[in-house]
Design a protein around this ligand. Sequence first.
Ligand SMILES: [Zn+2]
Length: 234
Amino acid sequence: MKIVASDKPIVNETITDLDKSNPTGVADEGNPSLNGDADLSGDSDLSREARMAISIRNILEDVGEDPSREGLLKTPQRYAKAMLFFTKGYGENIYDVAKKAIFEADHNEIVLVRDIEIFSICEHHLLPFWGKVHIAYIPNGRILGLSKLARIAEIYARRLQVQERLTQQISQAIEEILHPQGVIVVMELVHMCVMTRGVQKTNSVTITSCKTGVFKTDKAAEEQFEFLLKMKHT
Ligand SMILES: [Zn+2]
C-alpha cells in the first residue's frame, strides 16, 4: 500500500482550520476568544493560563471560599492547566493527523472501530460528558490508519461541545478525508450536567448517530454495522 495525498479540503466549518491564512489551525467559528491576538504556542500559552487562573480565583471567591487558604492556593493554576488540556483540540486539525495515514486499498467492506473512549466538555455548563464512540465506514478506494479514527474523535472532543455536533463533526471529517461509500458514527455518552443537576437522571445515556452515503440508502449496510457492533469480543 502506498500513501496517497489527502485531497484539498472543501471549505466548511470543520476545515476552516486548514486555511493557509490561519496557520495556528484555530477554527474561526465557535472560538471567538482565540481569534485575533491569541496564539496557541509559545509564551502566549503561559499568559492564557495565567489569565484563566485569575478568573478561577474570582470564581472561588464568588462561591464563598478563601482562595488564599492552603488547599486552594494552587487550584486556579491547576484548573487552568486542566481546562487548556480539555480544549487542546482547538489547536489541532484533522488533516495534520490524517495526511500520512491515508492508503489506497481495494477493501469494500465495513471498517469498524468501536468502543473508542472519549471525554468532552459540554458547552452549556462547562461540565464533562464522556463515554464511547463507534466509527464505521465503507471505503471507496482509500482507507485511513485505524488509530487515526480515534485521533479524529479526540480532536473534536477536546473542544467545548454538544454531543449532537460532535457526532456530526467526526462523521463529516471522515467523509472529507476519505470520500468513502458511507460513514456511520454512533455515540453513547453520559453527561454530568444531566447526572448532577436538574432532573438528576444519573443512569441515562444519550445516544446520537450520524449516517452518510450507503448507510443512509442501503439497509443491508446499516444492518451489517449493527451486527458488527453487537459482536462479542473473542
Ligand atoms: Zn450540559
